[in-house]
Design a binder for this molecule. Structure first.
Ligand code: NAG
Ligand code: NAG
Length: 309
């Protein structure tokens, strides 16, 4: 007999509350609101964080910990309605002039027009590796999980490193995660790979109406302010970095370190490879690796490797 809809509802409610417990990160414990003069707020006993933007200022936060490799998930619900001109940046970055960085930037839009997810990867201070996507859902209607998998991986007999940014849909955890982009180790052809500098997680909400929406044509409508983005369910399986050593090289455990380090070897399986192709075919709207105008002399060398699987 098929379960009645009320039984289903009960089951879903149970699963949802179970998920919250299993994934309950605490923003007080894991993050500091670093700027915005009260516009960044930690709520619900540390279960929710909101950033807001008005004409005077945006706001931002950063993780207390630094990571050297990790599988990092956060659920975001982006600025709803007319969000044109706003940018919600969510990224990992190291420090110094030869920094590494893994970027997600969500470019707002007029009500009903699609957000752009702008991504970039910096190694040793060099970026210029933009890829942009439309999303296959409305990122303002619900929370969705945005994840970065950054791991060292042994492939065959040589050392290889894989870096993957992927999505998991709301409530389906990383099991159903849809990868959107993969950056392989191309050190063999002289492209540095982020593997030595620990990174912190940052997020900010700010005004970028000089370039964000339709290349800057659509300005922020301040009558809609304050603009608000929300965050919850931070979950990191990561090697924590402290005083020059990584927790993965010792036996130490902490609230954000899991003993189960399978993520360290994780790579895309066949299903994920197919999902990645699906996203690239249907939702990618810009890829630096195919921008002939920008690279008339030939594409950056990693582009040849990026498309070989
Ligand atoms: C905003 O909507 C327009 C029209 O659909 C689209 O061309 C553009 O890519 C969208 N996103 C941004 C950030 O401009
Ligand atoms: C470790 O985690 C993976 C998925 O992240 C899971 O499939 C596996 O069963 C776990 N192993 C242990 C020993 O818990």
């Amino acid at each position: 007999m098929a379960p009645s809809s009320s039984t289903l509802k009960l089951l879903l409610t149970f699963l949802a509350s179970y998920a919250l417990v299993a994934y309950a990160g605490n923003f007080y414990q894991d993050f500091d609101v670093t700027w915005g003069d009260g516009r960044g707020k930690i709520l619900n006993n540390g279960g929710l964080l909101t950033l807001s933007l008005d004409r005077a200022s945006g706001s931002g936060f950063q993780s207390k910990n630094e990571f050297l490799f990790g599988k990092i998930d956060m659920q975001l619900k982006l600025v709803p309605g007319n969000s044109a001109g706003t940018v919600t940046a969510y990224y990992l970055s190291s420090k110094g002039s030869t920094w590494d960085e893994i970027d997600f930037e969500f470019l707002g839009n007029l009500s009903g027009d699609p957000y752009i997810l702008h991504t970039n990867i910096f190694t040793q201070g060099k970026g210029n590796r933009e890829q942009q996507f439309y999303l296959w859902f409305d990122p303002t209607a619900n929370f969705h999980t945005y994840s970065v998998l950054w791991n060292p991986k042994v492939i065959m007999t040589s050392f290889n490193f894989a870096l993957t940014c992927y999505f998991a849909a709301h409530f389906s955890f990383s099991v159903d995660g849809t990868p959107i982009r993969k950056f392989k180790n191309s050190e063999s052809i002289g492209i540095p790979f982020p593997k030595k500098q620990p990174m912190r997680l940052y997020s900010s909400l700010w005004n970028a109406d000089d370039w964000a929406t339709r290349g800057g044509l659509v300005k922020t409508d301040w009558s809609q302010a304050p603009f608000t983005a929300s965050y919850r369910n931070f979950n990191a399986k990561a090697c924590l970095w402290s005083s020059g050593t990584s927790s993965c090289s010792s036996k130490s455990t902490s609230s954000t370190t899991s003993n189960n380090n399978t993520w360290l070897k994780e790579d895309l399986d066949t299903t994920s490879q197919a999902r990645l192709k699906w996203v690239q075919k249907n939702y990618m709207i810009y890829n630096y690796c195919t921008d002939t105008k920008r690279f008339p002399q030939g594409f950056p060398p990693e582009c040849a490797i990026a498309n070989a699987s």
